[in-house]
Design a binder for this molecule. Sequence first.
Ligand code: BJ8
Length: 373
Amino acid sequence: MNELKSVAKLNEAFANRKNQLYAEKDEGKKVFGLFCTFVPVELIHASGSIPVGLCGGKDSTIPSAEEDLPRNLCPLIKSSYGFKKDKACPYFEAADIVIGETTCDGKKKMFEKMEEMVKMHVMHLPHFRDESSRKLWVEEVIKFKELIEEFTGNKITEEKLTEAIALENKERELFYKIYELRANDPTPITGKDALSCFQKSFLLNIHDRIEILTELVAELEERVAKGEGYTGKRILIAGCPMTAGNTKMVDIVEELGAVVVGEETCTGTRKFENFVEGNTIEDIANRYFNITCAVAYKNDRRIERIKELVEEQKVDGVVYYTLQFCHDFNVEGVLIEDALKEAGIPIIRVETDYSESDKEQIKTRLEAFIEMI
Ligand code: BJ8
């Protein structure tokens, strides 16, 4: 099948992004480096600044990180730290400030060490999902707005905020549409290309993203109308984010002839689901508060959402993917496996890191799983 033109355009925009970002910086815009989908990017846009996701998906920077951090730590945390230490990520180097959050223990403690290398602000994310936690989070988002205004010297006006909300909501709408199209059989896009869209959407300029994703939707609609696309066992990957540089699971699944039709991850549904409903700071805070990350205590909504996605995307089996030493997603995986088995949904749990050393072993396990479902 011919390459999607919009995906080629996305790759081109990515190749130019570093220069474009530094040019925007030269114009006086501040760059905010981000680790997590909990950070409300609308506020950053509304101040005339630029949010960018930071590197953290490669093995290459881990040895340098392990000189400072314990080895038995999540590879995403070590890789990110190593990228900053080695000055190997252009986005990290462009960032005027890095925003962290109190999600998992490893990240939050790593931030204390990273603060020696870069200016940081850490948001307090409560782990309960009750009303008092929601209020605390609204307060944190207000504090974040104040920090942005002070740091950039730009006032976040109601008008700018409304504009920023509309832009981010537009991108969410496009990702919803892409998911609807992926629900077709044959599915019009590979998991590999879909993941690339998610990974790059953390890096590209918001206007470029909207333009390219709009074109992608049109191309996928055309494929669906012609009945073109990819067949094979339909897989949902659920679990940890697959940060740029990390395509290991999708590669293995698709090398085995199956096709990934959804990602219940922060490089998937957790990035785009739920709109900001309204134009106040509280409306923004509420949208982010509902992200179903495994760091939450009692995260039942996540289990329900995975079951719904299995139905919506016509999934044959779930690959539950965790990074080594990610206790939140690993332990929650036990609860999810129980719930899915009870519902008669095939699931396999895979724990891995960024190295290639276990690839063949994972391939053998997944091959048997895919044959069985
Ligand atoms: S909202 S998933 S981006 S915290 S770093 S938790 S893999 S041990 S990244 Fe995440 Fe925000 Fe949640 Fe999404 Fe585990 Fe590693 Fe921690 Fe991780």
